[in-house]
Ligand binder design. Structure first.
Ligand code: R5P
Length: 292
């Protein structure tokens, strides 16, 4: 296998290539035309190669770069192409919430797979989105990477900040053999949420080490509010953990002030990157596409 790292995922792509037994790795030359359009070039021919392109789609430019990269790989004669999209942008708009809205997640699925034989992603907002791909698509979990870190820390309780995250937190709780709870979340607007504790609590919160686990930290509103709620119950320490750390504006500083530690994986480059999903991606690539 040959690994190419897009500008949004260079470091992770290199880690994936190492996990694949030091598979050949390169980054494309990328620049802008005077009118702002993206120009890119990959080095050399790839005749008969199985190629993996790694590129998170955090911004619209990242999406376009991924599409151009996939076309360049095909032009270079690759035998098979797998696109790895560690952070899959637009995944949260997975249904029309109001009349007139698109299913943005579906649009992205159908476009990122256009030139690919298969897609690999990590912790989609909802795994149900996998059915929107028309070609094979596989989802790695960020839970393993975060669990490897949490095993080194005192943890008494895992907390999902909303119902949508309950399965993820339950899986983590099973791995660590710890109790878990799911909070009730009511979104007030795109930055503010209201959270409440469940009626039944498996443990008393006072004095406990708790982990709030989410798929994405975006504005930080959810984690900050969850941390406030837990502090009111006099927990001892709070770790905020997620797979994808977007940290918009001052989100990182606000979460830092509200919690004791922040853990994210490397699906996005960022200030709290502490665990790598490269081994989990490499396992999927090996399983479905054979070892290099
Ligand atoms: C929402 O359902 C997601 O799982 C996250 O809880 C949410 O996207 C986090 O966003 P923010 O950091 O802006 O509260």
């Amino acid at each position: 296998m040959y690994v190419i790292g897009g500008t949004a995922s260079t470091s992770l792509a290199e880690r994936v290539s190492r996990e694949l037994g030091n598979a050949p790795f390169s980054i494309p030359f990328v620049k802008r035309f005077p009118d702002g359009e993206i120009y890119l070039r990959i080095g050399g021919r790839l005749e008969g190669e199985d190629v993996v392109v790694v590129q998170s789609t955090r911004t619209d430019e990242n999406v376009l770069e991924l599409l151009l990269l996939a076309d360049a790989v095909r032009e270079a004669g690759a035998r098979r192409l797998v696109v790895v999209v560690p952070y899959f942008g637009y995944a949260r708009q997975d249904r029309p919430f109001f009349p007139g809205e698109p299913v943005s997640a579906r649009v992205l699925c159908r476009h990122v797979e256009l030139d690919a034989d298969a897609t690999v992603t990590v912790d989609l907002h909802s795994s149900a989105t996998l059915k929107e791909f028309r070609k094979p698509a596989y989802e790695a979990s960020g839970t393993g990477a975060i669990a490897r870190l949490l095993r080194e820390r005192p943890v008494d309780l895992l907390v999902s900040p909303d119902r949508g995250g309950v399965d993820r937190v339950r899986r983590m709780a099973e791995r660590l053999d710890k109790p878990w709870i799911g909070l009730e979340k009511r979104r007030i607007d795109s930055e503010h949420v209201e959270l409440t504790l469940p009626d039944q609590m498996p443990v008393r919160l006072e004095g406990k080490h708790v982990v709030i686990l989410d798929d994405v930290i975006s504005t930080g509103g959810t984690i900050v509010e969850a941390a406030r709620l837990l502090r009111r119950e006099r927990v001892r320490a709070i770790i905020a953990a997620c797979t994808h750390g977007l940290f918009l504006r001052d989100a990182f500083e606000r979460i830092k002030a509200a919690t004791d530690e922040i853990y994210t994986t490397d699906t996005l480059d960022g200030p709290a990157e502490k665990a790598s999903v490269a081994p989990d991606i490499a396992i999927l690539l090996r399983k479905h596409f054979g070892s290099p």
